[in-house]
Design a binder for this molecule. Structure first.
Ligand code: ADP
Length: 501
């Protein structure tokens, strides 16, 4: 199909990501790339996803039959070479997933890190591992027939591919090199390594400069992408503004300000085929916005499952999260002991920082019947927590987008959020609009403000009518991926058009 100016209406997109749900996931990156790929394909685009063949992918029960598309391809990483295979499967019409098999890099228990003496240590060869991914993406784009129009890379792991493709287009005779888009899911994670790791990319030294990949004497994978991608996106409009300021810029606000004409904030969506309260095999009972009785059953069954007293009159709070300082888990742990003892129950599900997790474990032992900490990663339980809780606590110090507050809204669970990044964009507080409120916001990430917000929630819990109204309003919110995927397609169109002039 063509537009009146003869440019294609649909695109061939190569999406490159270190995580892809359901095969590999540590956080929202996996959900986002899976949903974006699916909804772009459903809108008629041809989408190929390139992602590593980790051990968890190999062991995944839903792994489709894979066909090799390239075998024993040499990838030169400075003075060493890795031989990689590309294995492919079609998972929906117009949607292919291609796994990068390089056992020496990806056949490991973790995705990014290992646990040694209860400390989380990033794999020492992460620069090599993800340079291999970036180079493989570049190679795949160059040899694909027909080639992609767009290479969309996500986060630092594959950001150097944007530079590699630019370089080949400028100096190596690849005249039809695809346009590149980089999505930043979290600016804190940049892929910073000693300068020598720059040579892994096989590029000339002049890119290792302050306007390129160099960062305080080292190499910065994400910065290479920021400097050279045709467009940069981040996952909410508020975060797109925040990262231009030193406070949220993690040292990259300068180069982001330089490139702000190419920076866009596009709010992530929710895959409502996955996150739904009806036809959800993981829930105890289905429910919807016209009949919330099933939510009460989910609450009681969740209390039973967690070993909490079964009690409708007590407000049940929950959080599902990486246990990190960013997520404000420490603020929750500070506040819990000071709440009225018989008024609440709280469940925390997560993994992450061992010290913070240990604090949570100890506190949960001191607060039996009130606080349960489940250490680990458990997707079915995540759905049950979303469905069974009355309130969802998300006091993130910063939050590029955040997904769980949007899942909560759909599950009729009222989000309590620090108004930052995507949390500011997706939740409406009574102080902003009393008739449209969908949650409780607080405006400073402090123990005092969180305490105040939870106190407001406990008051709301006593007012059944207001509580019900707010729940139903939240359930009506529409953050579907259809809208977000259309916005990405419009951006691809813009980027391709701009390059043509
Ligand atoms: P981030 O990407 O910063 O971790 P997001 O809110 O964007 O945060 O996305 C987190 C995703 O990971 C959500 O889908 C959440 O449910 C999921 N998740 C995080 N920790 C766990 C866990 N321990 N068990 C199950 N799901 C989890």
């Amino acid at each position: 199909m063509s537009t009146e100016d003869n440019r294609p209406e649909t695109f061939r997109i190569l999406l490159v990501t270190a995580e892809f749900w359901p095969f590999s996931k540590t956080g929202g990156l996996a959900d986002m790339t899976a949903a974006l790929a699916k909804y772009l394909a459903r809108q008629g685009h041809h989408v190929q996803v390139l992602t590593p063949f980790y051990r968890c992918v190999m062991d995944h029960p839903d792994l489709p039959i894979l066909y090799p598309v390239m075998e024993r391809v040499p990838i030169h990483l400075d003075r060493m070479s890795a031989y990689v295979d590309l294995l492919q499967a079609r998972i929906e019409p117009r949607l292919w997933v291609t796994f990068l098999r390089a056992p020496e890099f990806f056949d490991r228990p973790g995705i990014y890190e290992q646990i040694i003496a209860s400390k989380r240590i990033p794999y020492p060869d992460n620069a090599e591992r993800f340079s291999c991914l970036a180079q493989s993406a570049t190679l795949l784009a160059r040899h694909a027939a027909p080639p992609p129009d767009i290479v969309h890379v996500h986060d630092w792991h594959c950001a150097p591919a944007a530079l590699m493709i630019k370089h080949l287009g400028w100096y190596e005779g690849w005249y039809e090199a695809p346009a590149t888009v980089l999505t930043i899911h979290n600016l804190e994670y940049q892929g910073r390594f000693p300068a020598g790791k720059f040579w892994l990319w096989g590029l000339p030294a002049y890119y290792m400069c302050p306007d390129g990949a160099e960062f305080y004497g080292g190499v910065n994978f994400l910065k290479a992408g920021i400097a050279f991608a045709d467009a940069i996106t981040t996952v909410s409009p508020t975060y797109a503004k925040q990262i231009l300021e030193p406070r949220h810029g993690w040292g990259l606000d300068g180069i982001l300000r330089k490139r702000q004409f190419a920076l866009f904030g596009i709010l992530n969506g929710v895959d409502y085929e996955v996150w739904q309260t009806e036809n959800n095999r993981w829930l105890y009972a289905p429910y919807n916005r016209s009949d919330l009785s099933g939510k009460q059953i989910n609450k009681r069954e969740l209390q039973r499952e967690l070993g909490l007293p079964i009690n409708d009159q007590v407000a049940l709070f929950g959080t599902i999260s990486r246990i990190e300082f960013q997520k404000g888990i420490d603020l929750i742990l500070d506040v819990l002991p000071s709440l009225p003892p018989n008024s609440f129950q709280y469940v925390l599900l997560g993994t992450g920082d061992p010290e913070l997790a240990e604090r949570a474990r100890k506190l949960s032992q001191e607060m039996p019947g009130r606080f349960v900490f489940i250490a680990g990663y458990n997707e079915p339980l995540a759905h049950r927590i979303e469905a069974g809780c009355d309130f969802y606590l998300m006091p993130s110090r910063y939050e590029p987008c955040g997904l769980n507050q949007m899942y909560s809204l759909r599950y009729g669970t009222i989000p309590i959020v620090h108004a930052t990044g995507g949390l500011a964009d997706t939740v409406i507080d009574e102080s902003e609009n009393p008739d449209q409120a969908t949650g409780i916001k607080f405006f400073e990430a402090t123990t005092k403000e969180l305490h105040r917000a939870i106190t407001r929630a406990l008051e709301l819990f006593k007012d059944a009518k207001r509580l019900q109204q707010m729940r139903i309003r939240g359930m009506h919110q529409d953050f579907s991926w259809r809208r977000a995927a259309e916005t990405y397609a419009a951006l691809y169109r813009k980027v391709l058009r701009r390059r043509l002039y």
